[in-house]
Ligand binder design. Structure first.
Ligand SMILES: [Zn+2]
Length: 300
């Protein structure tokens, strides 16, 4: 299967190489793997560059596989920015397929100053959902600003200014999270989804307890579920969180077993088709998450 995919990629690329270019060469083209990186790049770019999201609306980024047409689009871009091969196992494959075709490949979690922070937190170095720590999001926006500036020096000043302004907004929201989650009835974020909230938990002093691991693919054991039920009962936890774009079945099971209510968080990696049409932004997603967390964790 692996070899078959590689063959499709190689074939697609060679077709692209011999067909006449259909892309307008004037504007910088940036393709982002997941929604937060798309949103950051869009804010930095303003009207100066063309920014696209690779993931189709509604799909789970952990299990999605790119189509040959995605590889074609990507091979015509100037920059491909992705999180890490842990978040997007397919991204490394794409990266290798378009290497040498003038596409700058950027792993967001690989930029200097970032890896030191993320890697230092015991088990959180493995967690690719970095954007849920808003200080890391702000730093990533600055990184994207420098990246676009280096690839398109003509628009340098506007990229750098946009990046600074947007990083400030994220820093402000980071402070809102700090303050908003300071005094809470519970500091346990129990989720019927996957372990997407490790960075949020670390940054804002909360403990995460999740049904699934870092990717929502392996089924939990009955023993693991029973353990979570006990923690919820023993600590009189009133809220189980489920996540958008994931079946709420596990959160409902926990809710039925414990009497806790279910509230929905958005890990932010992708949008539903309706949210995409609505034009939901990353700041709005995180603002809603803060409101939901404050209510669910009973914060003052
Ligand atoms: Zn995830």
């Amino acid at each position: 299967m692996q070899r078959y995919h590689n063959a499709i990629i190689a074939l697609t690329i060679s077709l692209v190489a011999i067909s006449p270019s259909v892309v307008c060469a004037d504007r910088l083209t940036v393709v982002a793997s997941v929604f937060p990186l798309f949103d950051f790049a869009r804010e930095v770019a303003g009207p100066a560059a063309d920014v696209r999201l690779l993931l189709p609306p509604g799909v789970d980024p952990h299990s999605w596989e790119p189509r040959p047409s995605d590889i074609v689009d990507l091979s015509q871009a100037d920059i491909f920015v992705y999180t890490s091969e842990r978040m997007e196992p397919w991204a490394g494959k794409i990266a290798r397929a378009v290497q040498g075709r003038g596409v700058a490949l950027v792993q967001a979690m690989d930029n200097p100053g970032f890896t030191s922070t993320v890697g230092s937190g015991q088990d959180h170095g493995e967690d690719p959902h970095f954007w849920l720590d808003l200080s890391l999001s702000a730093r990533t926006v600055e990184m994207i600003g420098s990246l676009l500036a280096s690839q398109d020096p003509e628009n340098r000043d506007s990229y750098i200014a946009n990046a600074r302004a947007h990083a400030r907004r994220l820093e402000q929201l980071d402070q809102d999270f700090m303050i908003g989650l300071k005094e809470c009835g519970s500091r346990r974020l129990v989720t019927g989804g996957h372990a997407a909230f490790g960075h949020l938990a670390r940054r804002y002093g909360i403990e995460q307890l999740s049904v699934y691991g870092l990717s929502p693919d392996a089924e939990p054991t009955p023993r693991h579920l029973a353990g979570i039920v006990n923690v919820v009962k023993d600590n009189k936890i009133h809220t189980i969180f489920s996540e958008e774009l994931l079946n709420p079945r596990m959160a409902q099971v926990l809710s039925q077993e414990t009497g806790a209510k279910v509230m929905v968080l958005n890990p932010g990696a992708n949008l539903s088709a309706a949210q995409w049409r609505e034009g939901l932004t990353f700041l709005e997603i995180m603002g809603r998450n803060l409101k939901t967390l404050r209510e669910g964790l009973e914060c003052d």
